[in-house]
Design a protein around this ligand. Structure first.
Ligand code: SF4
Length: 224
């Protein structure tokens, strides 16, 4: 598998925010979000090949039950099924974080899907491909049916995003308490500036608010 980095940290986002976890970040993504906070896995992908057994050894050595498989887009990795089933067999709790544009078979205890809205559309040569791929219903539906324990996480810039979110949530039939809104921003300051407006949207529509604890705790750095 092509891996950008592995590290231990506090899960910063979503229903399991606050839990110490071992992160496996794959490299490579089929999207190109304008505000991508891990461009070293998408716009300028970096990384090295690792065998599944090397990743299992690293996860065991970390000594944490929770493992987060993230990216980039981890579901593009051919070995995603092998890795997640092996981690589960070793007793780990697995969260898989994905944009949900593809739906291969894999194991997880919490599926964290982050479909992208038009606020992510980039300028330039990736624009059309990104727009066409970012919120396709078929793979999202397959993933949500297969993984009943799921959360839908949206990166929000402001009130203008909520119309698209409401439409997608209705089409997918996801309960609102499983829908999380997260302020867009690459620093704690940018996130804090958007937080009150995003919290207001949660209050108005019955969605959950999710912080980005890792930015508060460690800043915008790799490996945390
Ligand atoms: S889906 Fe994630 S990794 Fe891919 S470009 Fe968007 S933010 Fe970056």
């Amino acid at each position: 598998m092509v891996i950008a980095e592995t590290f231990t940290s506090i899960q910063g986002e979503g229903m399991l925010a606050g839990i110490p976890s071992f992160f496996i970040r794959t490299s490579g993504c089929n999207l190109r979000c304008a505000w991508c906070d891990t461009p070293y896995t998408s716009w300028q992908p970096e990384g090295e090949r690792h065998r599944v057994r090397e990743l299992l050894t690293a996860a065991s050595a970390a000594g944490l039950r929770h493992v987060v498989v993230t990216g980039g887009e981890p579901l593009l990795q051919r070995e995603i099924g092998e890795l997640t089933h092996a981690l589960a067999s070793n007793g780990h709790h697995i969260t898989v974080e994905t944009a949900g544009t593809v739906a291969p078979e894999f194991a997880c205890h919490l599926l964290s899907v982050s479909p992208k809205t038009s606020n992510s559309d980039p300028e330039g040569r990736f624009h059309e491909r990104h727009r066409d791929l970012r919120a396709k219903l078929a793979p999202l539906q397959r993933l949500l049916v297969r993984h009943a324990e799921h959360q839908l996480k949206f990166v929000v810039q402001g009130a203008g995003d909520v119309g698209e979110i409401l439409v997608l949530v209705r089409r997918l039939g996801v309960a609102r308490e499983r829908v999380l809104l997260m302020p867009e921003g690459r620093s704690a300051e940018e996130v804090a500036a958007r937080a009150p407006a995003v919290a207001r949207l949660c209050l108005d529509h019955g969605f959950r608010y999710t912080p980005r604890l890792h930015l508060d705790l460690f800043g915008n750095r790799r490996g945390v």
